[in-house]
Every structure is written in structure tokens, then in C-alpha cells.
Design a protein around this ligand. Structure first.
Ligand SMILES: Cc1ncc(COP(=O)(O)O)c(C=O)c1O
Length: 323
């Protein structure tokens, strides 16, 4: 009998039916059951191994990247298993749980001030680029601009969903951040059946949604805030903008009533799927639940708390991030 290690256990996550609409079926793809706790295990593994295959990453090297959290967790976990040093830059918007998780996997974390634009020299992406330039024998997966990101999902998540639904999927919903998940998976699914609807979920105050006048939003990971070659525009049938309020209301409902403790982007995705499918009959939709609610418990999305309590917690969190 042959047993797989952690890396061999990335992927093959379950699909769970969630009753949110009357006349169609919504399946939640439980990506938080990946070993590192998110959909990003797939793309980080592919990008790191592609770099090894192409000789960009050498033994004893360092992997550096910017992340809203989950990619950083995946890079830290995979990088350390393979014996590389890992440095992850994050924005202060990150949940404390994700920050601590990256550190627990043995990575160095650099916390940067939030910026409105990724091109800002102070943004967590720009800081990662700078660190990489100054670190010998290093590699930056560059998830925000590297087309390997979408390629990973084209090879992994797309075929898996097609197989699990026995080719019967009619709609695919995923949050768009780097756009790797929606583009790669969407491309694979469209190639199998061009009638499958591929629907990206964006924040209603992202750079794209506001025509260049973004406002901060609470949902982590998703939000179309910059132009990137990772996005394959032709595969998108629709982009649905979701407010923080709707994403968080759905989060609470999923946790309190449906047994699904998922992160904010999953709330946005399932809110969009429910709204989109309300008047559609016989659809078989798959929505990506990118990470777990356990990564956001300190943000108190799931329980009602007083404004006063919320302010105290916020102050404590900010103080911890400044350590
Ligand atoms: C929880 C979660 N959902 C959705 C996304 C967006 O996925 P992608 O970057 O592939 O567009 C991310 C990205 O970090 C994420 O962490």
C-alpha cells in the first residue's frame, strides 16, 4: 500500500449540496478542506513545481510572494516541506488567524500598510518584488501577474469539477482576486461544454466595479483591483458585484443554519449563486468555498456583538499587527 504525504493530498475536495434555491441545485466546492485550508494550495503547488521544473527555483533557495493570506499560507506550507526559506508580504487587512498561520508554517511575514493600488511602491506586492530583487537565489511565484496561476486551476480544479459532476455542471461561480481560479477553471469547463455559464464574483467597491475609484471592503481574497494577464476575459459570461453586507449576511446564514463555516469570499459566491439562480430551473451550479470561517473568527462575522465589544477587539487586533 502506498501512502501520500501532505502535497499528494492537495485537491479532491468534496462537493456539498446546499439548499439555497428551490428549482436548481447549488453545490459548494469545499476548497477549505485542502491541507493548507484553501483553494490556493492548488495554484501554489503548481507554480512552485513549475519553477523547479524550469530551473527558476534551486535547492537552498527562497520563495517570496505577496498574499491576502491564503496563497501565503500555501506557499509557506509547500515551500517549507520542500526545504525552501519563505517570505510572505501581507496587508494589515489580513485576519490575525491567517497571519499566525503563515508564521506557524515557518515563513517570515512582512506586514505592509494597505494601499488603494497594487502599483503603489508601498503595496504588499511592490514590497515583495523589492525583497525578491535583493535576495539571491530566490523565486517569486507572483500570483497576481503569473499566468501559471490560472494554468494550475485549468489542470486541477477544472477537470476535478467536471469529473465530480459527471459533466452535468451548468453554472460555475467563483470569487475573483488574482482571477486564477475563475479563469483556469472556467477555461477548462468551457472547453468541455461552451454552454456552461462562468460567473466571476467581485466586490461592489473594487477598482473594476467603481471604474477606478475603489473603496475598502471587508471580504478578503477577492475583488478585481488591477489589470492582470491571469484573467482570461473570454471565458467570463458575467461578473456579479456583491456588497460586504450581503456577503456577511450569507456567511452567518451558512454557519448558523447550513453547517458551513466558510470565509467571506464563499459568502459572496453563494449569495451571488442564490440571487442568480432564483428564477432558473434545473441548473447544476458549483460555487467555490475558497477558505474556512475558522480563519476569520476574530473578525466576528458569525455572531452578533455590541459596537463597544467590536471596537475593543479591533483595537486589540491592530495592536497585535503592529508587533
Ligand atoms: C478565500 C479566497 N477566495 C477567493 C480568492 C480569489 O481567488 P483568485 O485569486 O484565484 O481569483 C482568494 C484569493 O486569495 C481567496 O483567498
Amino acid at each position: 500500500m502506498e501512502f501520500k504525504g501532505i502535497l499528494g493530498n492537495i485537491g479532491n475536495t468534496p462537493l456539498a449540496k446546499v439548499d439555497l434555491v428551490q428549482n436548481s441545485t447549488i453545490l459548494a466546492k469545499l476548497e477549505y478542506l485542502n491541507p493548507g485550508g484553501s483553494v490556493k494550495d492548488r495554484s501554489a503547488l503548481f507554480m512552485i513545481e513549475e519553477a523547479e521544473r524550469k530551473g527558476f527555483l534551486q535547492p537552498g533557495g527562497t520563495i517570496i510572494d505577496a498574499s491576502s493570506g491564503n496563497h501565503g499560507i500555501a506557499v509557506a506550507m509547500i515551500g517549507r516541506i520542500k526545504g525552501y526559506k519563505t517570505i510572505i508580504t501581507v496587508s494589515k487587512k489580513i485576519s490575525l488567524e491567517k497571519l499566525k498561520t503563515i508564521q506557524a508554517y515557518g515563513a517570515e511575514v512582512v506586514v505592509c500598510d494597505p494601499t488603494d493600488f497594487i502599483e503603489d511602491p508601498k503595496s504588499y506586492h511592490s514590497v515583495a518584488v523589492e525583497i525578491q530583487k535583493n535576495t539571491p537565489n530566490s523565486f517569486m511565484p507572483n500570483q497576481y501577474f503569473n499566468v501559471w496561476n490560472a494554468e494550475a486551476h485549468y489542470r486541477s480544479l477544472g477537470p476535478e469539477i467536471w469529473r465530480q459532476t459527471e459533466g452535468k455542471i451548468t453554472h460555475f461561480f467563483a470569487g475573483a482576486g488574482t482571477c486564477g481560479t475563475i479563469s483556469g477553471t472556467g477555461k477548462f469547463l468551457k472547453e468541455q461544454n461552451p454552454n456552461i455559464k462562468v460567473i466571476a464574483i467581485d466586490s461592489n467597491t473594487s477598482f473594476r466595479a467603481t471604474n477606478g475609484n475603489p473603496k475598502p471592503y471587508q471580504v478578503e481574497g477577492m475583488g478585481m483591483d488591477f489589470e492582470t494577464p491571469v484573467l482570461i476575459k473570454e471565458v467570463l459570461d458575467d461578473i456579479i458585484e456583491v456588497t460586504d453586507q450581503d456577503a456577511i449576511a450569507m456567511l452567518k446564514k451558512l454557519a448558523n443554519q447550513k453547517g458551513l463555516l466558510v470565509g467571506p469570499s464563499s459568502g459572496a459566491v453563494l449569495h451571488a449563486a442564490q440571487t442568480y439562480l432564483k428564477n432558473i430551473k434545473g441548473a447544476l451550479a458549483v460555487g467555490i468555498c475558497g477558505d474556512s470561517g475558522r480563519a476569520y473568527l476574530s473578525k466576528n462575522f458569525y455572531t452578533e456583538i455590541s459596537d463597544n465589544q467590536a471596537q475593543i477587539i479591533k483595537k486589540e487586533e491592530t495592536a497585535k499587527l503592529n508587533i
